[in-house]
Design a protein. Sequence first.
Lengths: 429, 129
Amino acid sequence: MIVKDAVCPFCGCLCDDIEVEVEEGRVVAVTNACELGTTKFMGEKRMKNPILRVGDEWKDITYDEAVKYAADMLLAAERPLLYGWSGTHGEAQCVGVHMAELIHGVIDNTSSVCHGPSILAIQEVGHPGCTLGVVKNRADLVIYWGSNPIDAHPRHLSRYTRYAEGFFLENAFRDRKVIVVDVRKTESANIADEFIKIRPGGDYAVLSALRAIVQGKADTIPRTVAGVTREQLVRVANLCKSAKFGAVYFGLGLTMTQGKYKNIRNAIELVSELSRHTKFTISAMRGHYNVYGSNEVNTWMTGYPFGIDFSRGIAFYNPGETTAVDILARKECDAALIVGSDPAAHFPRKCLEHLAEIPVVQLDPYPNATTAFCNVQIPVAVTGIDAEGTAYRMDGVPIRTRRVLSSDYLSDEEVLARMYALMQEARER
Amino acid sequence: MTFLMITGRTVNQGVTVENKTSPEYAAETSTCFMHEFDMMELGLDDGDAVRVTGPCGEVVMRAAASPEVEMGTVFVPYGPYANHIVAAGTRSTGMPDFKSHEVEIEPADEEPKLVHELMEDLGGLAYDR
């Protein structure tokens, strides 16, 4: 059986033109997806049933036992952390927020270690963004800043920018210029018309220099700024000003380096400046396929996009205090529920040392690095493969992922709903 | 020698990220991409083990020459090896300094650990069924 127009649940591009061939309950071929998506669709080695750690042994347990363990753990905790959420569908995220409110816990998603700083900047100066379709059809200049789409979002270039057709561009490949700004000469830099190589940590200074040039103050710029020559900066500023429609896509090269959200703020302000001369937009290259959705769901349910602390009985948000890395490093939480992410692979070691000391339950289809720190892991269906649900693309467009095969695994939403029902029952007693 | 360590996504890291118990994931995320002149200075060949010491510990990785990185800088794919030495401070943003750590690198004569060995060192229990 061939499933057409399947949605790829890997990165924030959420490509919706995938063809998946299924035979005897297994994916046997994938067409149109990139290497990352294909591997995810073809993924094997799922965990077969829930497991419980007893001393130095792993024991198989039933779903009912696992769900009860998780509910009891969260109810008994004084400061539970509910973390992850970017690798699951919106319906499951909703249950997570309700759960965090019920038990006065902290709910945080993976954006605190990816584009959380971008959101902080947007909260300061707004987000002049647009959908990917607008960029595909109109943009004659695209800038990738601190982002390497060939490795991280392989089809972004072919669907929307470098190799895409554009409705309002006669010959998109010729008419659309691509600029890459990075500290490394990545594969993406190799296919750009112009590569700006910045000294590590120099993004803020280069953004400020470009703002000054766009404002007509090129004579105030020194000979080089963070390793970039004045001549190149002036040339790039002119390219930007003479574009009909420009789009900036930035990655973790801006959010994870020094300055963090201030880098993004400066980039947004450069875009505002450019919009006095022409049309310019800026957006983040979101990583997980539904990290954007997690921010959306949290925001429409609590008012805040990530790092939400319900310990006061109301939603409270203070990144740096109510975010997962900080809470774990301060050894503050006394239980953790992990859904759709793998903090043990992506958090600093100090956080893992605390995870080892507290009860942890994880919902994930596969054994991963966090499994080692779990008391219980519950395998679930993979959204977009054997579960369906809503995800938000990196430009904020909600797309319903499809189920391409059926399995006996429960979805994240079903497992969480069972847990939540037990918790509500216990609280009403 | 002192280097600036930058972590980031690679295709191979992304391809193996849903299969973290695989040797391919361990091999990719324990690779320390360096400039060939820096490797020469340290007497390293491709695939040699290096001890990378960061602000909160050390970890053994394998060096690989890359034309993408500048001298004085190393690139390590996101994962448990780099994070074994990354500090947890976030400067009140929630975000650790994943791309701006100073590390010391020297040749080592031991193998990089497996992912589950790193996790067990920190108090976890490997699951390898």
